[in-house]
Design a protein around this ligand. Sequence first.
Ligand SMILES: [Zn+2]
Length: 153
Amino acid sequence: MAECDWCSLSEEDKRFQLYESGSWSVLLADEQDCIGRCILVLKRHCGSLSELTDDEWAELRDLVRKLEACLKAVFGAALCNWSCLMNSFYKEPEPDPHLHIHVRPRFDKPVLLNGRIYTDGEFGHHYALNKSGAIPAEDREEVFIRLKKWLNG
Ligand SMILES: [Zn+2]
């Protein structure tokens, strides 16, 4: 069986770890199509929400509360879009998914980062699937620093 990328996070992934609890890691997503987009990764290999233990669910509940409060406080998010998709694993002949959850903050006001203005052009609707998530490295770093400080403060 192939090694699971989510069980052995790369140094680059760990470099952008914002927070961790006993069962979960919170990483800043590479793609910042929604400013502050994060990924929650379960720290054990498990393929679906229905297989979470009670303790993992309880921690996830606390993390959802913490992250929503953080994204509202730091960037003024109006709401968060949560998704647990796992679709890409099922392109493989023998799917072996590793549970992770995406959170995309949504904004009714512009977000300012290092003098650049980011707007949520689809606010009130599904986020655009083809929108570029590439933002300048210094802006991504700014997002990382602000979120990490709040989450660990
Ligand atoms: Zn895994």
